[in-house]
Write a protein that binds this ligand. Structure first.
Ligand code: SAH
Length: 213
């Protein structure tokens, strides 16, 4: 696992690209400059690792585009010590960004192969979530609820009710909703029963897997 000054230079450039696309949260940009994204993807794609692109990982899944990761993280307004639930660990890159912001991260992955791979890999790089869970993100993690923030990194056909329930009052759920393309949707819990909903534009994610697939 090698990280060189050339990689560092490419990361700085990527952070500039993201900034030009509207990412203004300095802590998010700092995380992009710091995390060696080339180590999260297959080595055959290494030379493209710092382009703003999604790439295949294992089990027909993808590592999200850096812009998408940065946008989701910025929109969540993650603060030090926030308890964050992540649905779709995947490569662990988004997890590493959340951990760089000093969040306490609980991350759920539904594919065993990816779960195994990433739960071994991330700690080796020094990124240690509070919990890696092999399970179904539609259900959330009721035993650890409530959460300050919940982030879904796969396209959800609908908003799972358990995720709304597991949010603290004042908390934020950010979820891409839709089938072929998704609308990034933010829910802010205003009270026990009230949620404010904001739609934040179109994105493309791999589908969130349900019981049938
Ligand atoms: N944040 C990850 C995104 C990976 S793609 C990254 O940038 O690497 C989406 C991930 O969600 C995949 O790993 C997929 O296996 C996982 N996933 C799909 N459906 C899920 C579900 N119901 N529960 C938990 N994870 C799920």
């Amino acid at each position: 696992m090698k990280d060189t000054s050339k990689h560092q230079g490419l990361r700085n450039q990527l952070a500039n690209v993201l900034q030009a696309k509207g990412i203004i949260d300095e802590n998010v940009l700092k995380a992009v400059r710091k995390i060696p994204r080339h180590l999260f993807i297959d080595s055959s794609f290494e030379s493209h690792a710092y382009q703003d692109k999604a790439f295949p990982i294992a089990a027909e899944q993808t590592i999200s585009m850096p812009y998408t990761v940065a946008f989701q993280t910025q929109t969540l307004e993650v603060k030090r010590g926030d308890k964050v639930l992540e649905i779709g660990t995947g490569s662990g890159y988004q997890t590493a960004v959340l951990l760089s912001l000093n969040a306490e991260v609980y991350s759920i992955e539904r594919q065993r192969e990816l779960f195994k791979k990433t739960s071994l890999f991330l700690p080796k790089l020094g990124y240690k979530p509070k919990m890696f869970i092999f399970g179904d993100g539609y259900k959330g993690l009721p035993e650890q609820a409530p959460f300050d923030k919940i982030i879904v990194t796969a396209g959800a056909p609908f908003v799972p009710k358990p995720l709304l329930r597991q949010l603290k009052v004042g908390g934020r759920l950010l979820i891409p909703v839709g089938d072929k393309t998704q609308i990034m949707t933010l829910f802010i819990r205003k009270s026990d029963k009230e949620f404010e909903k904001k739609e934040l534009g179109d994105f493309a994610f791999v589908p969130m897997l349900g019981e049938k697939n």
